[in-house]
Structures are given as structure tokens and as C-alpha cells.
Design a protein around this ligand. Sequence first.
Ligand SMILES: *Cc1c(COP(=O)(O)O)cnc(C)c1O
Length: 357
Amino acid sequence: MTTPLVLLNPGPVNVSDAVRAALGNGDLCHREPEFSALLASVAAKLLQAFSAGDTHEAVFVTGSGTAAVEAAVISLVRADRAIAVVDNGVYGARIAAMARAHSIETRVIRSGWSERPPEEEVARVLDDPNVDALALVHHETTTGLLNPVSALARLARERGKLLLLDTVSGLGGEELDLSLVDAAVCTANKCLGGLPGVSFVLSSRAAALRMEEAPTRSLYLDLKGYARGQRSGSPPFTPAIQIFWALEAALDELLRETLSARIARFRAVSEFLRRRFVETGLELYLPPELRSNTITTVRLPRGWTYPELHDALKREGFVIYAGQGKLEREIFRVANMGAVSMSEYQRFANRLASLIG
Ligand SMILES: *Cc1c(COP(=O)(O)O)cnc(C)c1O
């Protein structure tokens, strides 16, 4: 194998040797008790890691994070009802696009990419009795912006609406009060440190009931089908079995480290990187109060295009990430959510400083 690359993109992330080795745990048939046991174990460890065993059920989907987000969006809105969607980045916009693709009436609350959503407008949209749920991105990967989950969750709960949270890049990296969330959607291969191919929804009792009332809008992305299958020990379609082994190993590591220590470690790395970027003369895109623990959005240094900077760093073994949409030519992103040591981050900061300094 060639020298491994240090992945500073927001997933898929570098994984530990134990997670990679777990892929070799063995071949299984998903209709046999061995797989039911694996599924139950992964679900239990997930709920344990996020202290959600009393309030939520873990429902797995084989597919990338987008699969579980789309499954949640289309499985939690009743016929002839609407979904309210906060859009302050690419992933919020994608949720609205998913709802529209399935002809679900969509009320979008839009704000700038470096702004918190307007709470009065969210409240006003949620006052409409036809709106069934509020969908929100926890950590907008577009910019690394943290949305105010608790405040918006309160607005939803006061009005009896479900809260659907895309926390694909948040869970395991940020504090989150899951008791406020009816459907928390995440993937194995961002802050959890597993491999790509499995995603999941942590679903509340209210969400489980709502799924039974909502129409079946897709065969493959029908969340209630996965929930029912799982309760009987076997998912409806072939799961990515080896990726479950890897997720179990990643959850063992998270439980050993503890969630609060994981979050603190990511926070310390992002603080280190931001300090070094600023010392190097780089400008950060977001104001400090909106920044997450795991993504730093940096304005491109003068005289560099993104492809030039990307290629120069990749030659040194580091993969940075481009801006999306209107930020494509303005910024680059550095994520710190994988199994990467502090010394690698130091080496990266030094290489970047000497390149552009
Ligand atoms: C990565 C990401 C997704 C999509 O995940 P995929 O695994 O690429 O499908 C969705 N939402 C957010 C906020 C993300 O960061």
C-alpha cells in the first residue's frame, strides 16, 4: 500500500486499525441469528454511547448518510401535510429537495450561510397546523456552522411538531440533547469513526408512532420497514454486514474514550488548527460563536486557487476539501473528525504555513 493519506475532508474519515481489521470478522448470512446478535449489539452500543436507550430506538439503513436522511424525511410526514425545513447551507437545501422529490409540501426558512436561522420566522411557519415536522441540520458541513438545536427544538415541541435533525456530521463531535430530537440521523463514517455504508436514525417513540401513520413513499427508504424488520431481528434487505462489524469496533472505541472526551479532543484539535491558521495569516470564514468542533472553513490565501492548494497539500499526504456552491472559489475546508494523531495535525499546519508563508 502507498503511504496513507491524512483525510482532512468531512468524511469518510481515517479509521483506526481495529476498525479496519473488524472488516475481516467473518462472512455471515443476515437471516441467521449471528447477524441478529450483531445488529442488536451495535444498536445497544450506539444507544449506550449517546445515553438514548430509554428514549430512542436505533434504526439502521444500508447506504450513505443521505439514505437515512431521505428515509427520515419521507417517512415522518403524513399524507397532505407539510415539512418545514431550515436552509442555511447545502445540506439544509438538500433536505428540502428530498421532500420535493417525493411531492411533500415544503416550507423553507432560508438564511445566509454564515447566519443563524431567524427564530421568529421558524415559529411563524410552525404555527401552521398543516406542518407536521421541522427539519434542521445540526452542523452545516457546508461551512462548519452549528445551528441552535435547543432553541428551535423548543419551538417545535411547543407546537407539537416532530424535530428531524440531520446530525450526520454532528453526532459524536458536538454536544446534543437527544431528548429534544425525534429523529437524529447520522452515519457510521464521520465523527463515529466507522466506515462508509451504514447510516442510522435514532428515533423517538413519537417518531415511531408517526411512521405508522405516514404513507409508504419509497420501498427502499421506508423507515418503518427497517424499524419493523430490526425489531424482528432482521432487516428487509441485505445489510452491509462487514460495515456493521467495523461500526461495532468504532463504538467500542467511543465507549472506551467516552463521548465527552471525544468531543473535547475534537474541540482541542480545531482550536489548535484555528490558532495556527490565524498565525499563518489565514482568515476564518465563520465568526467564533458559530464554529463547530470539527470543521474549519478558511478563506483561500491570496494567489492560490483551490486546486493548486489541494494538489500541493496532497503531494505532502494531506487531503483538504473544497467549498461548495457559491463558496467554491473562495474557501477551503479542513475537517478534524477522524483517527488522526495530534502530531499529524501539527505536521499539516507546518506544511501549510511553509507553503503559503
Ligand atoms: C456528509 C453529510 C451528509 C451526507 O452524507 P453522505 O454519507 O455523503 O451521504 C448529510 N448531511 C450532512 C450534514 C453531512 O455532513
